[in-house]
Design a protein around this ligand. Structure first.
Ligand code: AMP
Ligand code: MG
Length: 323
């Protein structure tokens, strides 16, 4: 998935074999999701679907189908802001970055029309494309899904608790060594190379995913363009330098973090109510920034939010996970 991962497992000392088994199973679960859905691997199941001709039934694993269904549902919930079918547009911007030249408006419009959910039919055991150009990029959701599968593997191995961190997207559950809540830090999007934190969350269990334009972007003509595309315009999203979402599952948190990066604070009203989804957005620039958060997010904070562009405080607590 183009990033690093960290898996922790908790077990009683006399049960430590469970933790070992859990770690092995969790890593295998992550690698399986990567092999099926990665955009970095040319022979993934998803790559096969993307390369397929129109009208040809492509059989897919239940896991890939589950993520495709979740992605399609999220496209509805987010009014199209989360759209895994905008892969041709994503590829166009990647190419633009390599060539150091902004894409032409015409090419963007063409790429946008080349692939939509209307052109992909999901069936019981696979998918059929209505147009050969239709293609899917699960980069905004598959990492979250992999984290959920890894957590499920830790649980079924009998671990008392655990944490899975893939590139700063995290899910944790159960007991921590030493007890207490899991603490997860949110990095300063304006100084990502520093370990200083804008906020620290304390949660008993659940997922925390952050989308930002600070680690992954393309540079064209000296300007940085986000790797997240606004499907409505085909242009890189610039609504929020950093979005952190807390949700029961990492699949949900991952996709909503990407969606809110497109929608900005306007998107907060689209969050489903009663689903345990909370969000914090840092908007603006290092000189003029604002932090918006849902009430439920505020209640998970350990201490005050810190101004993002200030130098780090000397006595920063050391978090279990940072992003
Ligand atoms: P994340 O880092 O989780 O926000 O995911 C970003 C990745 O999701 C990008 O690198 C693309 O692969 C993909 N992506 C970009 N824009 C969108 C979008 N509007 N909807 C769904 N996926 C997207
Ligand atoms: Mg995401």
């Amino acid at each position: 998935m183009g990033t690093t991962c960290r898996i922790e497992a908790t077990a009683h000392y006399h049960d430590r074999d469970r933790a070992k088994r859990g770690l092995v199973a969790a890593e295998a679960a992550l690698r399986r999701v990567e092999a099926l859905m990665s955009t970095y691997l040319l022979d993934s199941e998803l790559a096969r679907l993307n390369a397929a001709d129109a009208g040809k039934m492509i059989s897919l694993s239940p896991q890939t189908l589950e993520v495709l269904r979740a992605a399609r549902e999220l496209a509805d919930q987010t009014r199209g802001a989360f759209d895994a079918t905008c892969r041709p547009v994503i590829e166009l911007w990647k190419r633009a970055g390599r060539q150091n030249r902004l894409p032409e408006a015409e090419a963007l419009a063409e790429a946008r029309q080349a692939s939509t959910w209307d052109q992909i039919e999901l069936r019981g055991s696979g998918a059929v494309k209505r147009r050969a150009s239709a293609s899917v990029d699960l980069g905004g959701i598959a990492k979250g899904y992999g984290i959920d599968r890894a957590v499920a593997a830790l649980r079924s191995a009998g671990c008392a608790g655990g944490l899975v961190d893939v590139g700063g997207d995290i899910r944790c559950f159960g007991k921590r060594p030493g007890g207490g809540y899991w603490t997860i830090g949110v990095r300063n999007p304006f100084r990502p190379e520093q370990t200083e934190l804008v906020a620290t969350l304390r949660i008993p269990a659940g997922a925390v995913c952050t989308s930002g334009n600070y680690f992954r972007f393309v540079e064209i003509g000296g300007s940085r363009y986000s790797h997240i595309i606004d499907p409505r315009t085909g242009k890189p999203a610039d609504a929020a330098p950093s979005v952190t979402v807390v949700a029961p599952t990492a699949t949900t948190a991952d996709a909503w973090a990407t969606a809110l990066s497109v929608l900005g604070t306007d998107g907060l009203k689209l969050l489903p109510t009663g689903a345990g989804i909370e969000a914090m957005l840092i908007v603006g620039t290092p000189d003029r920034w604002r932090i918006h958060m849902t009430k439920g997010f505020r209640s998970l904070l350990a201490g005050e939010v810190k101004a993002p562009a200030r130098p780090p405080a000397a006595t920063e607590p050391s978090p279990a996970g940072t992003q």
